[in-house]
Ligand binder design. Structure first.
Ligand code: GLA
Length: 405
């Protein structure tokens, strides 16, 4: 009797083991991405996002004005394309679970706003979250992934920033894969911007899933130091310096949006910020008020030569190759054999820094023309090394083009 009972129990347990593992596999199967990732970001995406300047203070009026300014200021001409509303545009879900924009702030609805942005020759982006709520406490997309993706497609959304608050024990790879699947089945090409702050090292799993992924917590508009979940510029740079191998065309490391023009840093610091972002092959997502840009802000954000480095078609992220105290040399290999170099002075006094041809992986005697990307000064036929005096907290940035005899 006892042995029969025991045998039965063992049978039940072993069949359960088979059934359970089959179920787990089936569960995993549903996460398989059938459609390949659309090639929407062959170079790092460029655009604007509301969060750094406006946080939850978003409205259709603000977004229309930013779209106008993006088109009229020269930013659109410089390559900025995506206009993304971050958190707090959502208010609730209707009885059928459809996500509803805040009716007071977006009275014309998202379709009308997307049409307006498209009418300016720009692309339109929204924000959601893989949890029950967004970081700002609005409804998240957990359990509504396919419904939300279909809604975004109907509205004409081109970009989804997908955040990671209130996700409990969810697995990031599974959660982002599920939304990637929903977006691919929505019938519209939508960039997936992964925002889980680098916790699970997304560069190791996100290539089939998203087009860019945050590598850190939030940036704040200051030179250095941690504030709650946010990091100053130097801290963000240091957290990104070693991730170069994980970035490639159509799947970029995202060191977070730009603070250029938001007022917390000096002009030299903003030039450093923009230059290092270009070396990191970072998405260039402006985060300032485009309606009110001073001359330096516009000059920095539209520096065509620096943007050309960021957008280099080889898509190979740059590296920090030398560091001594406060002084650094960064290099990036560009398509066609050119090199970009940034000489970075984190210190408080001017300093002489040079990049050597060895650091650029070029023969010392090779002649190269050097273009200074901030002063436009040209040097013909340099050999061995090139440098200069770098202002405190500033950079010199060069494009070095080997001379072909
Ligand atoms: C998180 C993200 C930010 C921003 C806010 C919105 O902190 O990392 O970029 O989207 O949420 O609440």
């Amino acid at each position: 009797m006892t042995s029969t009972w025991l045998r039965r129990m063992l049978l039940v347990l072993s069949s359960c083991a088979i059934a359970c593992s089959a179920q787990a596999q089936t569960g995993h199967e549903t996460l398989k991405l059938d459609a390949p990732k659309p090639n929407l970001a062959p170079t790092p995406p460029m655009g604007w996002n509301s969060w750094n300047k406006f946080a939850c203070n978003v409205s259709e009026q603000l977004i229309r004005e930013q779209a106008d300014a993006m088109a009229a200021s020269g930013l659109k001409a410089a390559g900025y394309t995506y206009l993304v509303i971050d958190d707090c545009w959502q208010k609730s879900r209707d009885a059928d679970g459809n996500i509803q924009p805040d009716p007071e702030r977006f009275p014309s609805g998202m379709k009308a706003l997307a049409d307006y942005v498209h009418g300016k020759g720009l692309k339109f982006g929204l924000y959601s979250d893989a949890g029950s709520l967004t970081c700002g406490g609005r409804p998240g997309s957990a359990g509504h992934e396919f419904q939300d993706a279909r809604q975004y497609a109907r509205w004409g959304v081109d970009w989804l920033k997908y955040d990671w608050c209130y996700t409990g024990t969810r697995n990031p790879e599974a959660a982002y894969t599920l939304m990637a699947k929903a977006l691919r089945e929505s019938g519209r090409d939508i960039v997936l911007s992964i925002c889980e702050w680098g916790n699970s090292r997304p560069g190791r799993w996100a290539h089939p899933v998203g087009h860019l992924w945050r590598t850190t917590g939030d940036i704040w508009d200051g030179w250095k130091g941690k504030k709650a979940y946010s990091h100053g510029l130097l801290d963000i740079i240091d957290m990104n310096a070693e991730l170069w191998a994980e970035s490639a065309p159509n799947g970029w490391n995202d060191p977070d949006m730009l603070e250029v023009g938001n007022g917390g840093m000096t002009t030299a610091e903003y030039e450093s910020h923009f230059s290092i972002w270009a070396m990191l092959a970072a998405p260039l997502i402006a985060g300032n008020d485009l309606r009110r840009m001073d001359a330096d802000t516009l000059r920095i954000l539209t520096n065509a030569e620096v943007i050309k480095v960021d957008q280099d078609p080889l898509g190979r992220q740059g590296r920090r190759v030398w560091r001594q105290g406060d002084l650094e040399v960064w290099v990036r290999t560009l398509a066609g054999g050119d090199r970009a170099a940034v000489l970075f002075n984190r210190g408080d006094k001017p300093a002489d820094i040079a990049v050597s041809w060895a650091q650029l992986d070029l023969p010392a005697r090779l002649k190269a023309d050097v273009l200074d990307l901030w002063s436009s000064k040209k040097t013909k036929g340099a050999t061995g090394r090139h440098g200069g005096t770098v202002a405190p907290h500033g950079v010199l940035m060069f494009r070095i083009s080997p001379v072909t005899p």
